[in-house]
Write a protein that binds this ligand. Structure first.
Ligand SMILES: Cc1cc2nc3c(=O)[nH]c(=O)nc-3n(C[C@H](O)[C@H](O)[C@H](O)COP(=O)(O)O)c2cc1C
Length: 296
């Protein structure tokens, strides 16, 4: 023991040197991250940015597994055809623009949805309207999954609520939860059982050609987002309501439940129906034109 105690000052010295080296290394790494514009602070993390897009769980589809690249030059040339949409007199244009604005200005995100049935054909037409959206190189990179089966709706609710509880408690951070407090959203989503339809909109990150080859889907997320906007307008046009939701971290599990292939990533989940009789919405105000438009 006496022999060991003779070494104690040396152990202490070595220990102190190690601590100092460790601290210097930590400071260097921190500095490097700052220079790269990264941050290890969770408050600065942005989990809503494309986290679900890292979904690579496998569900084989008939043509999947072929990793071949695009077949360039295989698209046939399209002939040009005449195009003459209706042209309106100026008065009529003004009236139509006002009416359309009035219609869309009445749209609200509604979280209280009635179980009352909605004609299936209306949903089909709303999706047809969404499918008229422009898309990068006319790739039409969208899949609209309509769910009315109660068991599947409940399976979706279970997944969304499980993940949302973790989102609210851990992933989102205090600021995000505080920002949401004014619209009183929580991880409990009763409407996922109640709404007659759930519409899950997937973006196809690439297509699969008839020969199994991959086709590039240019700007697929922008294309599908435009399509979703048109879908919201089409729903408003027939008096149905929804709440736009992008369930964080649920994409991979929902894709598996719905048996969609791996090139499809969940972009949006929309419960659709009539508003419930006692539905309420937060008393939000929209920015006036002057705050959103710059005319040069
Ligand atoms: C990309 C996106 C994601 C959204 N995610 C949610 C969500 O997860 N849950 C929710 O209750 N509302 C969600 N909303 C709805 C917004 O809270 C709502 O649009 C906003 O408060 C404005 O209200 P309004 O839609 O009634 O005009 C989302 C909206 C957008 C555009």
């Amino acid at each position: 023991m006496a022999f060991m105690s003779g070494f104690t000052p040396y152990f202490i010295a070595v220990f102190c040197v190690l601590i100092v080296c460790f601290w210097i290394q930590l400071q260097r790494e921190k500095k490097t991250k700052e220079l790269k514009g990264e941050s290890d602070s969770t408050s600065k993390a942005k989990p809503w940015v494309d986290q679900d897009l890292q979904d690579d769980t496998e569900i084989p589809s008939p043509n999947q597994g072929d990793e071949e690249e695009d077949d360039p030059g295989s698209e046939p040339d399209l002939p040009q055809v005449p195009y003459a949409p209706p042209r309106y007199a100026v008065d009529s244009m003004l009236e139509r623009s006002r009416d359309f604005y009035t219609l869309l200005n009445q749209r609200r995100s509604v979280r209280f949805i009635s179980p009352e049935p909605v004609p299936r054909e209306v949903i089909d037409n709303v999706i047809r309207a969404a499918g008229t959206a422009p898309s990068g190189a006319h790739t039409e990179p969208w899949t609209f999954v309509v769910v009315s089966d109660p068991d599947t709706k409940h399976a979706i609710r279970t997944i969304v609520e499980e993940e949302e509880e973790v989102n609210y408690r851990q992933r989102m951070g205090d600021k995000w939860v505080r920002d949401l407090a004014k619209i009183r959203t929580t991880w409990v989503k009763e409407y996922l059982d109640v709404a007659p339809y759930l519409l899950l909109i997937f973006k196809q990150t690439y297509g699969i050609g008839t020969g199994g080859e991959r086709k590039t889907h240019y700007y697929n997320e922008i294309s599908v987002s435009i399509s979703c906007g048109m879908l919201l307008a089409a729903l408003q046009n027939v008096g149905l309501v929804t709440v736009t939701s992008t369930p964080l971290n649920c994409g991979p599990r929902l894709r598996v439940v719905l048996q969609r292939p791996t090139n499809e990533k969940l972009l949006m989940l929309l419960p659709i129906g009539y508003p419930s009789e006692d539905a309420t919405v937060p008393d939000l105000k929209r920015k006036p034109l002057g705050d959103i438009m710059v005319h040069i």
